[in-house]
Design a protein around this ligand. Structure first.
Ligand SMILES: Nc1ncnc2c1ncn2[C@@H]1O[C@H](COP(=O)(O)OP(=O)(O)OP(=O)(O)O)[C@@H](O)[C@H]1O
Length: 238
């Protein structure tokens, strides 16, 4: 679903934020992307979802290059940033309908999905309110619902569990599992290693822009924990 080939990115005047990254996410994977602050996670994620230009390497979504076919890639992808900026002057339902229109989701499908996901996140009663009145967590829930409206083949999330209450976090984990059971894929960055260990069938660890571990979670951690593995590979790499 995602194939990253020799991807590197340098920001102006800086060192390489990501250095020759190679990675594959298959259909059905819940893939956790782990690394210290500044390791290169958001840079990689932004390149995957087509909002950051890069010169070195290529990234393919379901076989299409994000450079050559950006619109086709965006059509089948949903991205939730770590701090979603939503249209504050719209109500929740106006925003969801706007996104539904952009992605040409039929009325029946959007109504069914909005009801299911808004009930799951317990924000149905707030959908008529202006987004500017929402708490941080409510905005995050709305962003997640909007991302799911067009049933994306690939869901990409940057630090999705920060700011969600425990019930909402559990709901999101269940949604991720459901999406992947249907043959779609989820790729997300996190600092919460316990969540990644339990939820992800595959993980990758990035350190100072370089991939230092990648594979099936069970095979990578064997008899230890993801936290131990992370500390080991990151310390070893110093
Ligand atoms: N717009 C930018 N301009 C210059 N340098 C940047 C920019 N964005 C990121 N960087 C640098 O690139 C490197 C990787 O940053 P990135 O945001 O990808 O890390 P991250 O792993 O997502 O970190 P965090 O966990 O703190 O979100 C860091 O050294 C950072 O300072």
């Amino acid at each position: 679903m995602i194939e990253i080939k020799n991807f590197s990115k340098s920001y102006k005047g800086g060192k390489k934020a990501v250095d020759n990254l190679n990675l594959k996410v298959e259909a059905g994977d819940i893939f956790g992307f782990i690394g210290h602050n500044g390791a290169g996670k958001s840079t990689t994620i932004k390149a995957i979802v087509g909002i950051l230009d890069f010169e070195e390497g290529d990234i393919f979504i379901d076989g299409r290059s994000v450079k050559e076919k950006p619109m086709e890639c965006k059509r089948i992808t949903a991205y939730i940033p770590d701090n979603p900026d939503l249209y504050e002057h719209l109500t929740g339902i106006q925003f969801l309908n706007f996104i539904g229109d952009v992605f040409q989701v039929s009325r029946e499908e959007r109504e069914e999905r909005i009801q299911r996901y808004a009930d799951g996140f317990e924000i149905t009663g707030a959908l008529g309110d202006l987004i500017s009145s929402y708490s941080h967590g409510m905005k995050q829930k709305l962003a997640i619902i909007s991302a799911l409206l067009h049933k994306p083949k690939l869901l990409v999330l940057d630090e999705p569990f920060v700011g969600l209450d425990p019930k909402a976090a559990l709901n999101l984990k269940n949604i991720m599992k459901e999406i992947c059971k249907e043959g779609n894929s989820v790729f997300f960055s996190t600092h919460v290693l316990e969540v990644a260990e339990k939820l992800c069938n595959k993980v990758a660890i990035i350190n100072q822009g370089k991939l230092v571990a990648c594979g099936e979670t069970k095979e990578l951690i064997q008899n230890t924990t993801l936290e131990n593995l992370f500390m080991e590979v990151v310390e070893h790499d110093k």
